[in-house]
Ligand binder design. Structure first.
Ligand code: ARG
Length: 479
């Protein structure tokens, strides 16, 4: 490819090699090639259909664009960094292939609406694929919950034993987080799903373009409204990055619990060998590297979000070259969050919960102290504050004596309050405690069973919606 700049007309001096190197984006925006080809095909069809260029030219351009797409896919096209970016590389190759008619493709568009369109197409795929992966992860979590309906463990607050809960209930807390993550991606999808092309450099275009036709070609249900906003808007990238940051935050919390739970001190769970690595010096080690790396990668996704927010801060309308800096942050976020989701779901499938260790832990630590206080409230009408005080004294006594609440019989309890009846000790079992929490959102088995069913239905519905959207997109033009 010759090194003549498409914008060279007003220049008499050549670009410094240093500046070429500094301003190029081809080293990373090559990832947009398939989207650039697709958008260009839709654009040139529209140009032909509207009589803006000859139909014959439009057909030749489309054919050549498809060939270029295949060349790039096969790695057969050297992308010259002097071409600056993927848009100019493809255009240069087009002109090389079909001559000056190739130069008609850039009628009625600018690289500013072109790059916005490429990124939008890229992000639309990324959102759907992330939703798909998140769905798989969610299914793995809910699957584990379904298998652990009878397992009781201590629920923690402040990392101290709090109240007994079902393991399924604990796991379903993560389902809720992932379900909210899905909602956020779905909402972001609505705003990604508007066609930018047609905004031109910033003011629109004088040609009789048909933006809605291009939108239909590319499977967009709508076009963007204001040309100046369109070429400078990066909200949807930030929305995605923010949704991704929350996904990572949730994954990091689950990672942290798996790391803690797999210590010998807890021994609540074992991660399969396939998902762990060893130490080069300590032969006994089996390290939870996957959750550790996921926890670590959370930082770079947060960093990418901050970079994008800062990139956009105080940027005047409309397009500014600063915007070129958005792509690497976005690409890195997509790659990172998808890699984490991809490895996390099968790792969850490999977990072995140590139900006995959980049960044993739930038996100590006065987990049912609240239940004993609730007994005094429910059966004897004692104000909760007073009941709390009575049971607090019982716990202090047990702690001093080295005994547990379970060791107390009615007579022992009555030393602290005459309100304890014959049925008082029944509320001390962890099963009774769990079963009593029947309110909406509580850990009672019936509630948790219903929650598993609802979650499975929700996951299946989402899967269908994502599948339908992907089909719609695939049915539209593909380069
Ligand atoms: N590489 C550029 C970017 O990523 C493409 C748009 C360039 N537009 C321009 N007028 N120089 O933003």
């Amino acid at each position: 490819m010759k090194n003549k700049k498409p914008w060279g007309g007003r220049f008499s001096g050549a670009t410094s090699a240093l500046v070429e190197q500094f301003t190029e984006s081809i080293s990373f925006d090559r990832a947009l090639a398939p989207y650039d080809i697709r958008a260009s095909i839709a654009h040139c069809r529209m140009l032909g259909r509207q009589g803006i260029i000859a139909l014959r030219d439009a057909r030749r351009i489309e054919r050549a664009l498809r060939e270029i797409g295949r060349e790039i896919e096969a790695g057969a096209l050297a992308l010259d960094p002097r071409c600056e970016d993927i848009h100019m590389c493809i255009e240069a190759r087009l002109i090389e292939k079909i001559g000056p008619a190739g130069g008609k493709l850039h009628t009625a568009r600018s690289r500013n609406d072109q790059v916005a369109t490429d990124v939008s197409l890229f992000l639309r795929d990324a959102v759907l694929n992330t939703l798909g992966l998140l769905g798989e992860l969610d299914r793995a979590i809910v699957g584990l919950a379904g298998e652990n309906m009878d397992t009781v463990l201590p629920g923690f607050t402040h990392m101290q034993h709090a109240q007994p809960v079902l393991l399924a209930h604990h796991l379903l807390a993560y389902h809720e987080m992932f379900a909210r993550d899905c909602e956020r991606l779905e909402s972001c999808y609505v705003r990604v799903n508007r066609l930018p092309l047609g905004a031109g450099a910033l003011a629109g275009t004088p040609y009789p373009v048909d933006r809605r036709y291009v939108a239909r070609q590319l499977g967009y249900p709508a076009v963007t409204a204001n040309s100046m906003d369109t070429v400078s808007d990066r909200d949807h990238l930030i929305e995605f990055s923010s949704a991704a940051a929350l996904i990572m935050m949730h994954l990091s919390r689950l990672s942290e619990e798996l790391i803690i739970w797999s210590t010998p001190e807890f021994n609540f769970v074992a991660i399969a060998d396939a998902f762990c690595t060893g130490s080069s010096i300590m032969p006994q080690k089996k390290n939870p590297d996957v959750p550790e790396i996921v926890r670590g990668k959370t930082g770079r996704v947060y960093g990418n979000l901050m970079a994008l927010l800062t990139l956009m801060k105080a940027l005047p309308l409309a397009y500014n070259r600063d915007l070129q800096e958005d792509k690497e942050r976005l690409f890195d976020t997509v790659t990172t969050v998808q890699a984490c989701l991809r490895v996390f779901a099968p790792m969850l499938g490999s977990l072995r919960f140590n139900r006995d260790a959980m049960r044993a832990a739930a038996a100590g630590g006065f987990l049912t102290a609240t239940d004993l206080a609730d007994y005094l409230v429910a059966r004897q009408g004692m104000p909760f504050r007073s009941a709390h005080e009575v049971v607090g004294r019982i716990v202090a006594h047990c702690e001093k004596a080295g005994t547990n609440l379970f060791d107390l019989d009615r007579r022992a309890l009555q030393k602290f309050s005459s309100a304890f009846g014959a049925d008082a000790t029944a509320c001390l079992s962890v099963e009774a405690s769990v079963a009593s929490r029947r309110c909406e959102g509580g850990t009672a088995p019936a509630r948790v069973r219903a929650a598993v069913r609802a979650a499975l239905k929700q996951i299946a519905r989402r899967r269908q919606t994502v599948g339908r959207e992907l089909k719609k997109i695939n049915a539209s033009i593909n380069g």
